[in-house]
Design a protein around this ligand. Sequence first.
Ligand SMILES: CC(C)(COP(=O)(O)OP(=O)(O)OC[C@H]1O[C@@H](n2cnc3c(N)ncnc32)[C@H](O)[C@@H]1OP(=O)(O)O)[C@@H](O)C(=O)NCCC(=O)NCCS
Length: 166
Amino acid sequence: MEQHIEERGELVFRMMRLEDIPDVLVIEEESFTLPWTQEAFRNELTNNHFARYMIMELDHQPIGYAGMWTIMDEAHITNIAVRTAYRGRKLGERLLDELMRTAAYMGMVRMTLEVRVSNHVAQGLYEKKGFRPAGLRKGYYSDNNEDAMIMWADLEPAGDREEGRA
Ligand SMILES: CC(C)(COP(=O)(O)OP(=O)(O)OC[C@H]1O[C@@H](n2cnc3c(N)ncnc32)[C@H](O)[C@@H]1OP(=O)(O)O)[C@@H](O)C(=O)NCCC(=O)NCCS
C-alpha cells in the first residue's frame, strides 16, 4: 500500500502515553523480529520508574518512538524505531538526537545500547551520533542466537549544546 509522505510536515516529539501503545505496536512489529508485547510497554510506562519513552509524530501521526532507562548518570537505550515508510529521511537521526538531548537534560553523562551485529543501518546511525563499539554480548538475541554489539557515547552537557547553536 502506498503511503502519502508529507515532505514538510510538522514534526513533534513528546512523551509516550498508554493510549499510544496500539500505534507503537504497529511500529514495533514491522521493526523487530522479537517485538515487545502490549504488556511489556504497559509495564514500562506504569511500573518502571527508570524508563522514559518518546513518540515522534509527523502531522499528529506517530511514526517513530524511542526509549531509555536512566540509571545513575547513564542512559541505556532500550529501543528506537521508525515506521518503514518513513525511513531513510533523517527522521531516525532526529529521534536519536532528541533522546540524547533529553538524557543530557536529565543529567545523564553517557549513553549505551546493544545492537545486532548484522544491523549495519542502526550501527551507521549510532556511529554518526558518536557511539563507539565496546565489546560483544555473545548469543544475546534468542531468536537466532546472534551476538549484540555494545556501544557507548559521551553526551554533550545540555547547556553546551544550546551555546553551540547560538
Ligand atoms: C535504525 C532506524 C531507526 C534508522 O532510522 P532512519 O530514519 O531510517 O535513519 P536516518 O534516515 O535518520 O539515517 C541516519 C543514518 O543511519 C544510517 N542509515 C540509514 N539508512 C541506511 C541504509 N539504508 N543503509 C545504510 N545506512 C543507513 C546512515 O548512517 C544514516 O546517516 P546518513 O544518511 O548521513 O548516511 C530505522 O532504520 C529503523 O527503525 N530500523 C528498524 C529498527 C531498528 O533496527 N532499530 C535499532 C535497534 S538497535
